[in-house]
Design a binder for this molecule. Sequence first.
Ligand SMILES: C[S@@+](CC[C@H](N)C(=O)[O-])C[C@H]1O[C@@H](n2cnc3c(N)ncnc32)[C@H](O)[C@@H]1O
Length: 287
Amino acid sequence: MVKQLVVRFVAVLLMLGAGVQSPVEAQTKDIERTGGPYVPTPQVVVDQMLRFGRVNQADYVMDLGSGDGVIVITAARELKAVGMGLEIDPELVARANNTAKKLGVNDRATFQAQDVFKADLSKATVVTLYLLPGMMMNLRNKIYDELRPGARVVSHDYHFGDWVADDRYTFDVPEKEFINGVPSATIYLWTIPAKVSGTWNIKVDGLSQQYTAELSQNFHLTNGTLSNARGLGISDVAVKGEAITFSIWNGSVRHHYRGQVKGNAMSGMVNLDGREAKWQALRVVSK
Ligand SMILES: C[S@@+](CC[C@H](N)C(=O)[O-])C[C@H]1O[C@@H](n2cnc3c(N)ncnc32)[C@H](O)[C@@H]1O
């Protein structure tokens, strides 16, 4: 308890020392920082986050609660990505836009004063976050629903609860000892899955039998049942971006399907005892 108070106190002192508003100042200015106070991600962590998210010049990066703009500016300068930072505090927005201009990347890195809950995230191919746990949970459905399949989400230190990350990485960051009492950072990576809940009719070239599969999805988890084929089963359904894999089995014989989801259609290949066959599926009922 005492240690926590000391750490918080030091953090506020550091923020003040850095010319940054304390949470109290923010409140008195009526800024609703639902995602927590401004605390910048150290540059070494920013670099790892962008590497972890495989950010490149084809990406559109959105940092939600962008502070002084360090993540989007680094993505634009170092990786030639385009990006937008959304930040509730107009002074931080002005600071970030000025820095982008000074560094000559204001054509690719822009910042807007906006509550992230009111933003349209659909354009982002990468979303970055350094927000308090409650805000992470409040934003989780919006991010899951609005981002396109295959988009990556990279978060510093905080996660989405039972939406388990596809990957995580913890490393030493001594300067964070002064910020939150822990001299390390953890970064998390999620890839937005295609939405596959519903009823699908699956047809395999060369097989007379069609399968009807009921798929249900909860973030990273997908389950399935076959409703029209007695004695057969579907298992190991996994969706990552637009890629899907699953097994259809009959007793001890198991066939491994792999393919791509495009809206209400899927297609791919399956190995049927040594013979590669094409399969297609159409969603007949969405859930
Ligand atoms: C911990 S800082 C992270 C800053 C930056 N993303 C970084 O990693 O360096 C969180 C930022 O989110 C901003 N913020 C909090 N709630 C917000 C909201 N509802 N909409 C937009 N920004 C918000 C805060 O003002 C603060 O600058």
